[in-house]
Design a protein around this ligand. Structure first.
Ligand SMILES: [Zn+2]
Length: 388
């Protein structure tokens, strides 16, 4: 939003320019102690000038701006571009989604919120095999190595609500965060064996993208017991799950898949999911539109693009050779509903990249801080207030 100057206030400004010059001259040859007198004299002259204009509507322009500097409209500086990096594939470009630049700058520099450069590695897990790994699974030893490596690199695990609050409002989370999303149904043993130790040691939670269709009530019961403990965060992964949503899916099917999963989790776990993991990685523009109307805040693909930051989500415009299996997210129109995920099998190769992207983004933000704050002061502060 841009402050508007009426023709009338421009007239007032014209009257005031000579007084500003006078102020500058006086200030230049007076010791500091004389300043209050100068201001008084200026105020009197200012009021005289205003009185000569029969323009009562001009008054608010004058009373809320100090004499004399702010009476000359300040031109807001051009805002810097989004942080770019060569550490991702060239087609996986960071997309922004906060359209209000004042709100973005306010959230970004609010000292009570996440520091610029706060980065989240979103990880997709499937099986963790006690024997040899196959397909998308990892072995128990690989899993341990992933967890230890992330911990040693300074990462901490967050849950879905924390990620949502961060992505929407830049709410405070650890500067290096990781969210583990385990797809599909598992026995409680899976969580007790492979995830509980990290909750006990470091307070790390894990998300389970659960399938809504009710086949085994005993399985629901043991997962519901984990949900009640709080550290396994159950979210949605479709209702029938085995038919991925595609551009050809009807609204009826989309609503039954996405809405059905909410109903099941509400029924068995007494909680309302806000994260939707697209079964089979399939989504459509229509499903991305419908999801938020059902209550979803975030959606997750199987596309490995990069980490995410506040107002920064790497996505592709089109199918491309660097990631030919990945459905492009940009045409679906809502980056928040199509967040990328790293496959657990590839996590170890990317920890350093994620850390470096966070550091680079923090440095880029720092470099642009003065310009953004000046822009905020001129354009935003009158309506958005000071940045906490
Ligand atoms: Zn699945």
């Amino acid at each position: 939003m841009r402050r508007k100057y009426s023709r009338r206030s421009l007239i007032v400004s014209r009257f005031l320019i000579p007084f500003s010059l006078l102020a500058a001259l006086l200030a230049a040859c007076q010791p500091a102690a004389a300043t209050p007198d100068v201001n008084l004299a200026l105020t009197a002259a200012f009021e005289t000038a205003v009185a000569q204009i029969s323009a009562p509507t001009a008054t608010p322009q004058i009373t809320d701006t100090p004499v004399p500097t702010a009476t000359i409209p300040r031109t807001p500086p051009a805002l810097p571009g989004t942080y770019q990096t060569s550490m991702l594939k060239p087609e996986d470009l960071p997309r922004t989604y906060v359209t209000d630049s004042c709100q973005y700058i306010k959230n970004k520099w609010d000292s009570t919120k996440a520091a610029p450069g706060t980065v989240v590695m979103v990880v997709m897990h499937h099986g963790i095999n006690k024997g040899e790994a196959s397909g998308n699974d990892v072995t128990v030893n690989e899993h341990k190595k992933i967890m230890d490596s992330l911990y040693e690199a300074g990462f901490q695990a967050i849950n879905m609500q924390q990620l949502s609050d961060f992505m929407y409002d830049n709410a405070s989370i650890p500067q290096r965060s990781v969210i583990f999303i385990v797809d599909d149904r598992h026995f409680a043993e899976y969580f007790n064996d492979h995830w509980r130790p990290y909750f006990d040691q470091w307070g790390w939670s894990v998300v389970n993208a659960y399938i809504g269709i009710d086949e085994r009530t005993d399985l629901w019961a043991e997962n519901a017991a984990l949900s009640a403990e709080g550290w396994v965060d159950f979210q949605s992964h479709g209702y029938i799950h085995n038919i991925p949503i595609s551009e050809g899916s009807t609204d009826e099917f989309i609503i039954s898949e996405m809405g059905g999963a909410i109903s099941s989790i509400q029924k068995y776990m007494n909680k309302t999911p806000i994260g939707y993991t697209w079964p089979g990685g399939g989504f459509s523009k229509r499903a991305v539109e419908i999801g938020p109307t059902l209550g979803y805040k975030l959606g997750f693909t199987v596309n490995e693009r990069g980490p995410v930051m506040y107002n920064w989500i790497p996505q592709a415009d089109a199918v491309n050779d660097s990631n030919p299996m990945a459905i492009p997210e940009v045409p679906a129109g809502n980056p928040l509903m199509t967040l990328p995920r790293y496959w657990s099998t590839n996590v170890l190769d990317h920890i350093d990249t994620v850390r470096a992207i966070g550091e680079e983004a923090a440095a880029y933000a720092e470099q642009n801080k003065a310009v953004e704050l000046e822009y905020y002061d001129i354009v935003c502060a009158p309506t958005y207030g000071p940045i906490p």
